[in-house]
Write a protein that binds this ligand. Structure first.
Ligand SMILES: *Cc1c(COP(=O)(O)O)cnc(C)c1O
Length: 430
């Protein structure tokens, strides 16, 4: 596709590729260009309505909501799992909504990491660039099982371009490896890992494979079941737009439905006897077994509206539009912002299949203060140390014109040295 750097051309793209009706569903903060949907997606009317309905049910049904809510709250985690399943290429009983990513990683490692059984496979392979909480949870599980993580946690190093080479991951796998656990999309650079290739190799070696889909769920299609991925986790507040702290989801491949749950709780019990209050745990015979305590209905309810909206558009179409948006951003970066005095570069891989929904833009010295200047102009991306601004155009509520205006603003911020007005001290959440 041939692009141009002009407001008219961006408008033309909006007209050709975007659906104004979908965009109007979203609450976009006033006068703001919001490009941070991979950190916290925006609220839509559909999401608001599904949350509101749960609140109304509580008022009108009280305790009866567990069975008479629509859908009944008792099965809400399973119901939402079924809604989410096609977005990750799973069977409906392989997905359930529960907890947060971090707790789900704890549960799945408590379940699938069994180094003390037979004492054979002790190694876990991850990458050094993954989101910290994933590593904290895994090391926590290794500690609980008395395994020295300094010896048995293998963190695949990034290459010179700060990317993870799948071949390096594969080289790290051997007959002592129990689990390989990786992000689908790296949260800083936006690199997509070849999940199928890694899964194939791991399976050949008898290694379990898990993925954290936090940065791909809702923006990229997946084929977890077909690839034979063993387990996965993701949150619903990023590209899925289900709201701050909305419940997370997990996937467990059918073949593991009989594996004893590492962190059992009554919400994972077989539903027909859950309220018999048996002192011993009889797990559900699906991924639902991996729930723990009572589902937080108000953190789960928004997921329904959010996922239905995404499914009404179709994940394949969302991905296709997202790639057009990020291609346009690359074009503008290369043609408008790459040379002195701008000096922006992107560490995000260029090939369509190697990049997710967001683009990382690096500035050698001033990324943090430039992001402050953007914020003051009500253009919201986010800063990730040491020198990255992440820009995440959502095909649901952003436009090509947003991207164009972002680039114009970035150029002015450098031309006018606007960033010099800001302090270099960081606040807690950026
Ligand atoms: C956002 C994100 C998380 C967040 O974990 P929570 O337990 O939901 O707070 C974890 N891992 C990755 C890779 C993420 O991008």
């Amino acid at each position: 596709m041939v692009f141009e750097f002009s407001a008219e051309f961006a408008k033309k793209l909006d007209h050709e590729f975007l659906d104004e009706k979908v965009r109007r569903q979203f609450y976009i903060p006033a006068d703001t260009i919001y490009l941070d949907g991979n950190s916290l997606g925006l609220c839509s009317k559909a999401t608001e309505e599904s949350l509101q309905r749960a609140l109304t049910e509580w008022k009108e049904l009280a305790i009866e909501g567990w069975l008479e809510g629509k859908p009944p709250w008792l099965w809400f985690g399973e119901y939402l799992g079924e809604l989410l399943a096609p977005l990750v290429g799973a069977a409906k009983e392989e997905v359930v909504v529960a907890n947060s990513i971090t707790i789900n990683i704890h549960n799945l490692f408590a379940t699938f990491y069994q180094p003390h059984v037979g004492a054979k496979r002790k190694k876990i392979v991850i990458d050094e660039l993954n989101f910290p909480t994933d590593t904290y949870a895994i090391i926590g599980q290794m500690n609980l099982k008395g395994v020295n993580h300094q010896k048995y946690l293998i963190r695949v190093q990034a290459n010179d371009n700060n990317l993870i080479d799948e071949n390096e991951v594969i080289n790290a796998l051997d007959k002592d490896t129990a689990i390989v656990f990786l992000p689908s999309v790296l949260y800083r650079s936006g690199q997509v890992l070849d999940m199928e290739k890694i899964t194939n190799k791991a399976k050949e070696l008898g290694i379990l494979v898990g993925f954290d889909l936090a940065h791909s769920a809702g923006i990229i299609p997946h084929q977890l079941s077909k690839w034979g991925v063993d387990f996965a986790v993701w949150c619903n507040y990023k590209w899925l737009n289900a709201g701050p702290g909305s419940s997370a989801a997990l996937y467990v491949n059918k073949k593991h439905f009989n594996t004893p749950v590492g962190l059992p709780g009554w919400w994972g019990h077989q539903k027909d006897t859950q309220f018999a209050m048996n002192p011993y745990f009889t797990p559900a015979d699906t991924a639902a077994a991996f729930q723990t305590g009572t589902i937080p209905i108000f953190a789960a309810a928004p997921i329904e509206g959010a996922v239905k909206l995404i499914r009404s558009i179709g994940i394949e179409k969302i991905r296709a539009t997202s790639l057009k948006m990020t291609s346009y951003l690359f074009y503008l970066l290369d043609n408008v912002l790459s040379k002195a005095p701008y000096n922006f570069v992107s560490p995000t891989p260029r090939a369509d299949q190697n990049r997710g929904g967001h683009i990382a833009i690096a500035h050698p010295q001033e990324a943090f203060r430039i992001n402050q200047a953007l914020k003051t102009r009500k253009i919201i991306g986010d800063f990730r140390p040491p020198n990255i601004i992440r820009i995440a155009p959502s095909p649901l509520y952003n436009t090509f014109s947003d991207i164009y205006q972002f680039v114009v603003a970035l150029r002015e911020i450098i031309d006018l040295k606007e960033y010099e007005k800001f302090s270099e001290v960081r606040q807690a959440v950026t």
